[in-house]
Design a protein. Sequence first.
Length: 438
Amino acid sequence: MTVILCGLSFLRFRRASGLRRKPRRIARIALSALGILALTLTALLAYALPIPELPAPTGRYAVGTQTFQWTDMNRKDPFAADPGENRELLVQVWYPAEQQSNPALSSLLTAEERQMLAQRIGVPALLLDYLKYTSSHAAENAEVAGSRTEYPLILFNHGYSSSRLFHTSQAAELASHGFIVASIDHTYGTFGTILPDGTMKPFRLSDKQFENSESYRDYTGQVWSDDISYVIDQFERLNDKQTESRFGGRVDMGNVGVIGHSFGGAASYDALSDPRITAGINMDGTLFGFKDQTAAAKPFMFLYSEAAQEAFHLIHRTFHFTDAQFEEIGITREQFEAEADSNLQEMQHLRSLLNNKGEAFYIAGTGHLNYTDLPFISPLLKYMNLPGMTGKLNPERTAKIVNETIVSFFREHLMEGQDGNAGAKTRMPELRDMTVFR
């Protein structure tokens, strides 16, 4: 419509160009200018807010999804406005499903979820309306695939103020390769959670305390780690058929993995203390509460962004400065060591892990948010002033590297010897060793 109006206004302007009536000519010029402005705005919005298409799962299974609402009657929620409120969790399960002809696939975000996301980032909800057209590539409440009796379980954990929804493509990819994935919304730590009963749980963590208080981060992390253990409890009930569901007897509770991004990655690492967890992955998450822990004796992979690699390398290089170099940049060695104490301890801890069963890589050309689906939502993300948040590698290539790497890791440690799987690792050129921890 914009193009047609622009064309008509130009034609009428040319026909009237010889007329002497100045007001009519001004009106036609104004109409043309408005048409051009409308066309420009349309083009900009089409580029900035395209209908995102998440990568389709590549495994041999179709993907099903089902959402649960669980209440932990043994824990009060420390972040709730009501101190007597029990901890409630929304857990979206992604799983290998039976093939269907023309399945109805769920959308990425519901209308209510788009509304809460808009409130959190401070934009009109109308601007996010286009996300209703983005498919999750999963059919709601489909039957579990019958080609195998049991499937390994993986607990997925989002980052601070993020959401399980921003890891939809990764969860669906894992499910398509034969894993049951329980993606947890850590209540009051997401941009907003809408429980199946309609209850809305807004973001309630303290940004100021989270940024400035190590004890607050450790406490929050412990709550999230307890969430992980509680969800495993619930799957034991489902698998033992204490609770009626399609997952009765279908979950391989002897092979449980955990994965998370950012703060959820740190919580995933912390959850290794649960003896039921076999292996895990931390995607670009700074650890918390690790100072008194010995090196984990379980297989664990750290996947970092190139921005994190550069930050660790800078700290490592600065640590070896001479006193004169510290004086040149205006800080003493003691001040630097005090400010970088947590980072230095983390580096030392990671060195001990790499000497045990840990491995650490970074993906060249990536930033922190490249481990989520957010770069698919708007290409403008890479142009925003977000140092270390996004990299130059395009989202399609990044998703391929991340998905193949995490699938390979969990196949090796949770499916070894099953279906003739030897657990061979995938190494692409952008996946590189974190030499700074060696």
